[in-house]
Structures are given as C-alpha cells and as structure tokens.
Design a binder for this molecule. Sequence first.
Ligand code: IMP
Length: 178
Amino acid sequence: MKKVKLNNRNFELYISRDEIQNKISQISNKLNKEYRDKNPVFIVVLTGSIFFATDIIKSFKYDCNVQLVNAKSYGNDMESSGKVQINNLNLDIKDREIVIIEDIVDTGITLNSILNIIKKLEPKSIATVSLLSKPSRRIVKVEVEYIGFEIEDKFVIGYGMDYAELGRNLNDIYILKE
Ligand code: IMP
C-alpha cells in the first residue's frame, strides 16, 4: 500500500491514477456528446481542480472557452470557513453554456456560492463536474451533474488537492489515516 506523510499526518493510497483516468474518459465522453455544438465555457475553480480540469478540457474535442476563477473556502485547515469569494471572472458569460469544474464538493458551500454568483450573470445553462463528492458532509443542497467518485467523510489529498498546500503534485489520491 502506497503511503505518504505530510505535516506529520499519514495518508494512504485511495484512488489510483488509472482509476482517475478511466473516470475522466467516461465523463469526457458524456461532455463531448452533450456540449459538441454548444461552445461551452469551462469555469475552472482553482486551485484543487487544476489537474482534473486540465485533463477534462484536453479531452474536449470541440470549440470551448476556459475561465479560471479563485474560490477560497479553506485556509490551512481541514474545515470549511463558510466564507467564499470568487475572483477573476472576466469573460462575458451571458447566454453561454457553463460547465463548472470542481475538485471536490464537501459541505456544498463553495459550489452553492459559485452557482449563485454565476446565475446572476444570466448564462444559458450551468452544469457542474466534480471529481469527488462527500455526500454525507453536505450542508447546502447542490446539484452536481457529473461526479467522478462519491467518497466517505475523510480528508483526501493529491491530484491537485492539498493539505496545508502540500500534496497537490501527487498523481494518485490519498486518504487521511489517523
Ligand atoms: P465545501 O465548500 O465544503 O464544499 O468545500 C469545497 C472545497 O473544500 C473544495 O473545493 C476543496 O478545495 C476543499 N476540500 C473539501 N474537502 C477536501 C478534502 O478532503 N481534501 C482537500 N480539499 C478539500
């Protein structure tokens, strides 16, 4: 079993890079069918979704735009602060087909806030793709159209996701072991 130690916390392999890539192929097939002639705007929620978003967008075969946004809900801790801000949304998205790309939906607070901000800009449609979801942690009900893996209520890192800004560069996803 592959293990990593970050900031004195132990993590174990949870989802391998092959499993991640298989799931990405499945989601990409759906997106290629659904958004073929729609010139979607992929809104990438930084920073945790960087690798997932890159893989998803590279697999999209048709015209699209890409917009990176910052949404902060975590400090260096493992609990959501409940405060969400979204920066650098410069593109005019009125009447556009929006696909939000997230790393993980936990309490749902971040995604819900992003959806509320984006809805006000009057896009034609909005869908969300999230690599991971922790359904048992949900505080706010949010719809996520494309989910990679539903996972248990444990902290995960790797493939873009961090613990205290460490672990993003791992190619597999690891789970916290006490
Ligand atoms: P939410 O607002 O509680 O849904 O939190 C969403 C954000 O919290 C994600 O986009 C991540 O940045 C972060 N997050 C939630 N759970 C984890 C985790 O297990 N590992 C790393 N980041 C997480």
